[in-house]
Design a protein around this ligand. Sequence first.
Ligand code: M6R
Length: 607
Amino acid sequence: MCGIVGIVGQQPVSERLVYALKRLEYRGYDSAGIATIDGGALDRRRAEGKLVNLEARLNEQPLAGTIGIGHTRWATHGAPKERNAHPHFTAGIAVVHNGIIENFAELKDELTASGAEFHTETDTEVVAHLLARLRRDGIGRREAMFAMLRRLRGAYALAVLFEDDPLTIMAARNGPPLAIGHGDGEMFLGSDAIALAPFTNEITYLIDGDWAIIDKTGVHIFDIDGNVVARPRQVSSDVAYMVDKGNHRHFMEKEIYEQPEVISHALGHYINFIDNRVVPVWDIDFAKVPNLALSACGTAYLAGLIGKYWFERYARLPVEIDVASEFRYREIPLSPQSAALFISQSGETADTLASLRYCKEHGLKIGAVVNTRESTIARESDAVFPILAGPEIGVASTKAFTCQLAVLAALAVGAGRARGTVSEQEEQALVKSLAEMPRIMGQVLNSIQPKIELLSRELSKCRDVLYLGRGTSFPLAMEGALKLKEISYIHAEGYAAGELKHGPIALIDENMPVIVIAPHDRFFDKTVSNMQEVAARGGRIILITDEMGAAASKLDTMHTIVLPNVDEIIAPMIFALPIQLLAYHTAVVMGTDVDQPRNLAKSVTVE
Ligand code: M6R
C-alpha cells in the first residue's frame, strides 16, 4: 500500500524520485507526488492517478533541488484526489506516509482546537501539523520528530522534510517496511530495495520503532526510546532483478509465461533431481509436531488451503488454516510444540505479519514461504522457504501462486517422510511428478491460448461466473474466481462442487457460465454428478479437465479445455494455468487495466 522514496543527493533529484516511484507503483497508483527543497524553499508537484500524470505535471512545471521525497498512493483515508495526494505540507514541513495513523481523529480534534487548519481528508496530515506545533513551541527538529512519533498509534513508514534544514530527511518505521540506501556521497530511502536498485544495492533496513536522520554522508538510527542503534548494512539481492515486460503486453502475461522457468528454479531448491528425493531444508522435527498452523491472505491463502490438503494427506499432519485477518483475532488455542507457516509473496502483508507475531508470542516455531527474502515476514521467521519466483509486478498473483504451491508440495512430501507416512518409493514417485511440472506447464501454455481467447470473448459478456471444484480443485476454483473478479471486475465465486446444491444452485440459469475444474482424479465421478445438476437446470458448463476426464465425461458442455493427464500432486499447478489465462484474456477483451486493476495494490501493509 503506498510507496515512499527519498533522496539526499548532490545532483537534482526530481527525475530520480519519479524513477524510483515507478518501481513502487505496484504498491498503489491512486495519486502521486514529490517535494523538494530548492534555494531554501519547499515546493511540491502532485497529480491524481498514475505516475504518468505526475510526470506530465513535472514536464510543465519542473522541480529543482538536490533533496526530496516522493509518494505513490493507495487511498485509505480520503478520496484518491490531488488534494489528498502526498506530500502533505504545513508550515515548512513536508510529509509522505505509508500506513494508517489509527488515532488520527483524536489528534486532528486536538490540533484543530489549537488552531491547525486541515486541507485534506487524510490521516497523514496530522503528522505534519503535530511537527509544526512542536516546532512553533520552540522544539528542535530532532526532538520534535521524537515527540511526534510518541503521539502516533498505528502503522507508518514516514519521510519528512523540514524547509529550514535542506540537508536532511527524517524517516520512521512502525509496520510498513523502510529501506535506507547508501550511495556515493548520496543517500536514499525507499519502501523496498527494488525501488533503490537504480542507485545502490547497499541497504540498511529499519526495524519497527526505529527512526532515522539521513544526510548525504550517512544515516543515524534511533530506537523507539531515542537511543542510538546500529542496524546492519547489507548487499541486497533484490536489486539484481530487471523489472520489464519483455515482449509481453502486460506484466501479468509475462509472469504467466515465466512459470515453467521459475517453478523449475523453485523446485531445484527443494528437491534433488538426481535421486528424486526432497532436500531436508527445515530444522523442525516434523515427527514431533502435533499440528501445523497456516495463515495468509488472498491468493497466498488459497495456496495454503491446497497445502492443507497435502500436509494432511501425505504427512497426516492436522492443519489449522485461516485468512490472516481472522486468524490473528480468533484467539486460537496454540501449543508451543506446534509449527506455523505464513505464506506471502511480498512478505509484508500486515495481517499475515500480525498472525505470525501472534504465533511467535505463543512459542510456535515459525516458517515463512515468501518471495521477498529480505521482507519483514522473512526476517521475523525462524525458517525461510523462498519461492524464488522473481519479482511479481502484476497485481494479480500468478507465478507466485504456483511457486508457493510447488514449495508447499515439496514441504508436505518432506514432512511425510519425516513422519513415516510417505515411504522412500512414494517420495521418489511424488518427486518425479514434481520434476515433470515445468515441461508440462510449457506444453500447456503453448497449446491452450487460442481456445482460451475464444472463450474469453464469451466470458467478457457475462455478469456473473461460478467456479466449481472438489479436493484441491476447490481452492483452485476460488482462485479462478478471485483472478477473474480482480482484473475483469466480473462477479465470480468459487464453490466446493458438493456444496452447489446447498444454495448456489439457485443461481443457475442459461446466463450463468459454470467453470468446472475437474481433473480425472478420485473425485471425478462425483464432480460429473454435480455438472449434471447444472446441466439439468440449463446452466452453461465450461469444463477444464484432462484427456481421461474428457473421454469419460459424456456431458454436453459449452466448452471443454483439455489438459494432459498428470499426477494428482501437480494437478493444481497445471490447472492453475488455464484459469489464469482465462482471467487475463477476459480482462484484455474488456480493456481493463490488467496490471494495475482499480482499487487494488500489490502489497497490503495496512489492516
Ligand atoms: O503479498 P501477499 O502474498 O501476502 O499478498 C496477499 C494478497 O494480497 C494477494 O495474494 C492478493 O490476493 C492478490 N492480488 C491476488 O491476485
